[in-house]
Write a protein that binds this ligand. Structure first.
Ligand SMILES: Nc1nc2c(c(=O)[nH]1)N[C@H]1C(S)=C(S)[C@@H](COP(=O)(O)OP(=O)(O)OC[C@H]3O[C@@H](n4cnc5c(=O)[nH]c(N)nc54)[C@H](O)[C@@H]3O)O[C@H]1N2
Ligand SMILES: Nc1nc2c(c(=O)[nH]1)N[C@H]1C(S)=C(S)[C@@H](COP(=O)(O)OP(=O)(O)OC[C@H]3O[C@@H](n4cnc5c(=O)[nH]c(N)nc54)[C@H](O)[C@@H]3O)O[C@H]1N2
Ligand code: SF4
Ligand SMILES: [Mo]
Length: 762
């Protein structure tokens, strides 16, 4: 593997243009953008045909985000959003990456392209192999690829020297089979994208409520009094959530949004499915708290203090004492701890006026049924778990969980990231789960916990791990500390990626590398016993089926379950599992899931019912017995410890409207008015003045963590409505600045939203 392959996107600028931010999200422009992408990637008529099956009960699940579909009635047309359509267009693209493509383009040459250009190359059509020292991938048969993986794995000194990553698009069936193979091979090294995403939510919610998932259903949005959206940009990342918020508003609910940016989707929304509302759109947010980056615990503490003050002044006016007494533990400690902080001391961390916070608190005090939604703006900080536990504190004081219209709503990212975890993709499996696997499959499961993403990178860097296997995803671009991670991957003897599309992880490899191309969601999956469907779990715990409808983009593609079976057969000589039989008919895999994982009774029957079924959820049922205390736990949390020196800024790495994680759909961030450029630094005007910077000045960024420095060069300064000392860049261009050791307590999630930087004019 040539060591000079580029792990980072090139510094090249693409020709920025800046527009006013639009007044509302969605509307006609969203439809125009959908049509443009569909036309370009798949062609209009095939594209429209394909979209007619998107999120329909007899169709395929959107490969975009994990937002749920309505349980009952679905629109005949267009049960999807602009970004769902883009995700489909991206997968069903006409463009192909064939052996000829690899013969023509060297790995190094491809690595010099931008992520946008790499992605646009298209779908990988055949298994490809990069031999040691070579600079071009070459064709390899599936049989030889499986054999190579089997030999490499069996040559390791210990199964713990292999890492098995998963991204969140993998179906339940594939994920279950994959973790079974990995555990029969002998390791729990199953890091996943969730480690970088909602791990902090899982950690905080398990501890406080006894379940790592959210508690609300989509219908709760119709019955709520107040929705708080904190650290999330639904207009871009979960667009159909805006329709749910619109319904909440129409039923009289209020909305508070807490974000350093006035994200346009949260402010005003034109529902493309509601023509009448188009003229003015629906104003969504009632109170916008433009908090400083990582000022959330301080803000939530002020809210808690104000709630306590009011309760003390007028007993029974705020707290739900019945709920607190019957269902919770630890309130006294929380109330005492709140006294340790003064509002004056907390306020500067928020950057807000007390008056504004009081207005929001009044809504919390006045309303009984509250839903709190959140995403990466709270999960990717050093004190991310504290953020979420503080959110839970508010809900518990109000008794606002386990009943209609109320509860927790961590909005998941990848379309099946929650399902993958349910299937056992986890480096810290519970003993009960392993006991069940052992009983059903007659093998001895490893008990030692495995590496998560951060630990896996360290293990590869220090050569404790030697083989990297990625079930989907784009590890080099999604992970922090790009240079360090590149070295870690390059230390491996073999890196393997099961992928749909070409990405940078295929270009920054171990000594040898394989790309194993697989079927996507949209495609027909034909196995020995006929056409198959798969199932997925959305953000609200609904398991439902997904069936592709178009011809696979190449005849050489295998399904993810078939790839796992191929590798298992080539690796595990003493396994008594019949991998080939299981993949011939996915019903047999589902039978095994039913036999080992609670909640899947009559899986094959219930998954065939239109719309699927709900998994059990103790918090939803107002039952908190699975926690350590047997009750819902109040907790004590720490505000940010970051103290910025003069000329130091906090930087968050966020998504544009035109990307799906590391897959770049286009170069526009339309809702923020930034077009045709990704290398930008969003800055407050006063901060720009104090550094003597003008609009579109070119700057280099240095991040500071402990005494270490990291650099990223060539960003254009864009004046933006963002709190002072806060800045924003896009992921993955700025990942090189995120130190691997800058991560959340407990969950180990990289703190990609709190990077301390200095800014240097070119
Ligand atoms: N189209 C599209 N859809 C996607 C994705 C995609 O890339 N593109 N990715 C999917 C995935 S995997 C995920 S996890 C989700 C991500 O969904 P989001 O979490 O919405 O994604 P981010 O762009 O990371 O946005 C984080 C939001 O938090 C705010 N924020 C940042 N720091 C703070 C803070 O300290 N406090 C507060 N209160 N707010 C803060 C930012 O301003 C931004 O609005 O989306 C999923 N859906
Ligand atoms: N700085 C910074 N870093 C971040 C984040 C951030 O906000 N800031 N967010 C983090 C978050 S929330 C997440 S979830 C991770 C995302 O991390 P990943 O999940 O690893 O990254 P993706 O970009 O979603 O992966 C895209 C690749 O998946 C492959 N793919 C697509 N569909 C399929 C499929 O059906 N099967 C298979 N086998 N492969 C498929 C394609 O080849 C595509 O190139 O990134 C994290 N990294
Ligand atoms: S909201 Fe998410 S799941 Fe729904 S159509 Fe849009 S991208 Fe797909
Ligand atoms: Mo995510």
């Amino acid at each position: 593997m040539p060591k000079n392959s580029e792990a980072q996107p090139p510094e090249k600028l693409t020709g920025i243009s800046i527009k006013d931010t639009p007044k509302s999200a969605a509307g006609l422009k969203a439809i125009a953008s959908t049509v443009k992408h569909i036309k370009k990637e798949i062609g209009l008529s095939k594209g429209i045909q394909l979209l007619s099956k998107l999120n329909q009960k007899d169709g395929f699940d959107c490969p975009g985000c994990a937002w749920p579909d309505p349980d009952d009635k679905r629109a005949l047309l267009a049960e999807y959003c602009e970004n769902g359509a883009k995700a489909v267009a991206e997968e069903a693209t006409k463009n192909k990456v064939s052996p000829l493509f690899f013969a023509t383009h060297s790995v190094q040459e491809l690595s010099e392209l931008s992520d946008y250009e790499i992605g646009k190359s298209g779908r990988v059509t055949q298994p490809m192999f990069l031999p040691e020292g070579a600079n071009h991938y070459q064709e390899i048969s599936w049989k030889d690829a499986f054999k190579m993986i089997g030999e490499e794995l069996n040559n390791l000194d210990s199964p713990d020297e292999a890492i098995f990553y998963t991204s969140g698009r993998t179906s339940n069936e594939a994920a279950f089979l994959y973790q079974l193979f990995v555990r029969q091979f002998g390791t729990n090294n199953l890091p996943d994208c969730s480690n970088m995403c909602h791990e902090s939510s899982g950690a905080a919610l398990s501890e406080t409520l006894g379940i790592g998932k959210g508690s609300v259903t989509l219908d709760d949005f119709n019955h709520t009094d107040l929705v708080i959206v904190i650290g999330q940009n639904p207009g871009t990342n979960h667009p159909r959530m805006l329709s749910a918020l619109e319904k909440s508003k129409q039923n009289g609910a209020k909305i508070i949004s807490i974000n350093p940016l006035p994200e346009v989707g949260l402010i005003n929304f034109k529902n493309p499915q509601n023509l009448i509302k188009w003229v003015n759109g629906q104003e969504l947010t009632d109170v916008f708290l433009q908090v400083k980056i990582n000022g959330d615990v301080a803000l939530l503490k002020i809210i808690l203090k104000l709630m306590k003050e009011k309760e003390n002044a007028v007993p029974n006016s705020v707290f739900n004492h019945k709920f607190i007494k019957e269902k919770t533990a630890g309130i006294q400690d929380l109330l005492e701890d709140l006294d340790r902080y003064s509002i004056e001391e907390l306020l500067p961390q928020t950057g807000l006026s007390l008056e504004k916070i009081k207005k929001a608190t009044q809504l919390i005090i006045n309303n009984k049924n509250i839903i709190i939604c959140w995403a990466m703006g709270v999960t990717q900080h050093k004190n991310a778990v504290d953020n979420i536990r503080e959110i839970v504190n508010i809900l518990l004081l109000k008794g606002s969980i386990g009943k209609k219209g109320a509860g927790t709503c961590p909005v998941r990212g990848h379309s099946n990231v929650q399902g993958d975890r349910t299937m056992g993709i986890w480096e810290k499996p519970k003993d009960d789960f392993l006991d069940n696997l052992e009983k059903e499959f007659q093998f001895k499961a490893p008990r030692k916990h495995g590496f998560d993403v951060v630990n896996a990178i360290e293990a590869m860097y220090t050569k404790k791990a030697k083989v990297f296997f990625g079930m989907g995803g784009n590890f080099i671009s999604a992970t922090p500390d790009t240079k360090y991670t590149a070295e870690a991957l390059q230390n491996c003897s073999l890196t393997v990626h099961v992928s749909t599309k070409l990405n940078r992880s295929h270009l920054v490899t171990g000594k040898k590398a394989l790309i194993l191309p697989c079927l996507g969601r949209t495609e027909i999956d034909y196995q020995d016993m006929g056409e198959q469907f798969v199932s997925v779990e959305n953000s609200m715990g609904v398991v439902h089926k997904s069936k592709g409808t178009i011809k696979p983009s190449s005849k050489y593609l295998l399904s993810e379950p078939a790839i796992v079976a191929g590798i298992a057969n080539a690796t595990l000589s003493s396994s008594i599992t019949n991998w080939t039989k299981l993949t011939a008919n996915y019903d047999l895999i589902r039978d095994k899931i039913e036999a080992t994982i609670p909640g899947f009774k009559n899986y094959n029957k219930r998954v065939r019912i239109d719309g699927g079924f709900y998994l059990p959820n103790n918090a939803r049922d107002n039952n908190f017995t699975p926690t350590r205390t047997g009750k819902a736990n109040f907790s004590i949390n720490k505000p940010s410890e970051i103290e910025l020196k003069k000329n130091h800024f906090l930087m968050m790495t966020i998504r544009t409207h035109d990307q799906y994680n590391t897959t770049i759909y286009g170069l526009n961030d339309r809702y923020r008015g930034i077009l045709n450029e990704r290398r930008v630094l969003l800055m407050n005007k006063e901060d720009m003045n104090s550094l003597g910077l003008q609009k579109l000045d070119k700057v280099d960024l240095t991040s500071h963590f402990n005494k270490e420095k990291r650099e990223a060069k060539g960003f254009l300064v864009v004046p933006y409505n963002i709190p002072k000392q806060c800045t924003a860049t896009y992921f993955p261009e700025a990942n090189v600045l995120v130190a691997l050791k800058n991560k959340a307590r407990v969950s180990n999630t990289p703190a990609s939203k709190t990077v301390i930087i200095t800014i240097h004019k070119r």
